[in-house]
Design a protein around this ligand. Structure first.
Ligand SMILES: [Zn+2]
Length: 186
């Protein structure tokens, strides 16, 4: 298994080989290495990681073709977890990640537009693929807008009720997001 450090970008020549060979790359990304995801994490992503498996294929195997030009594809699977702040109690919430998506690799926005809605696409930059960016994009798109513990009884369980935790700068957000306790007698 190659580490994420070794494959910040997959060059166009290597990409061609991977597609031709139907190869699979298994990569591990500490969430801390994915800046946009780490920014959502109370621990800055230091506690969780994501495993990504990228299986390349020529795109000619039985998938409907929009035009005569076959676009190479990558089957992306992401597993692992991200830690986020629960938007109800603001305590850490570990969200298991399980994503599987088939992405068509395109070289330009114009080509992506030609493929209409039939495909999820990933845009290559100068013919190169940036796996970390693709993984992060897909996970961000998959995340719930307001992650919360599955039920209210799980909320605040680690907080020890009212405690020094309430002095955290984000504690005020709980009131903003709170349900039903507005001053409503205007
Ligand atoms: Zn919660």
């Amino acid at each position: 298994m190659r580490t994420a450090m070794g494959v910040e970008r997959i060059g166009s020549a290597e990409l061609k080989d991977l597609v031709a060979g139907g190869s699979t790359l298994d990569l591990v990304f500490p969430v801390a290495s994915l800046a946009r995801l780490a920014a959502l994490s109370p621990s800055a992503g230091h506690e969780t990681s994501l495993r990504a498996s990228l299986t390349f294929q020529s795109g000619s195997a039985g998938h409907l073709q929009v035009d005569s030009q076959v676009q190479p594809q990558v089957q992306l699977r992401v597993a692992g977890a991200v830690d986020l702040a629960c938007q109800r109690c603001l305590q850490p919430l570990v969200l298991p990640v399980a994503i599987e998506v088939l992405l068509t690799m395109v070289r330009s926005e114009e080509k992506a537009a030609e493929l209409v809605d039939a495909f999820d696409t990933v845009l290559l930059e100068d013919g190169e693929l940036a796996p970390a960016q693709v993984v992060e994009d897909e996970v961000l798109a998959w995340l719930p807008l307001a992650p919360k513990h599955s039920d209210e009884t799980s909320c605040g369980r680690d907080a020890g009720l009212i405690s020094g935790e309430m002095h955290r700068p984000l504690a005020g957000l709980a009131d903003l997001l709170g349900r039903g306790d507005r001053q409503g007698d205007g």
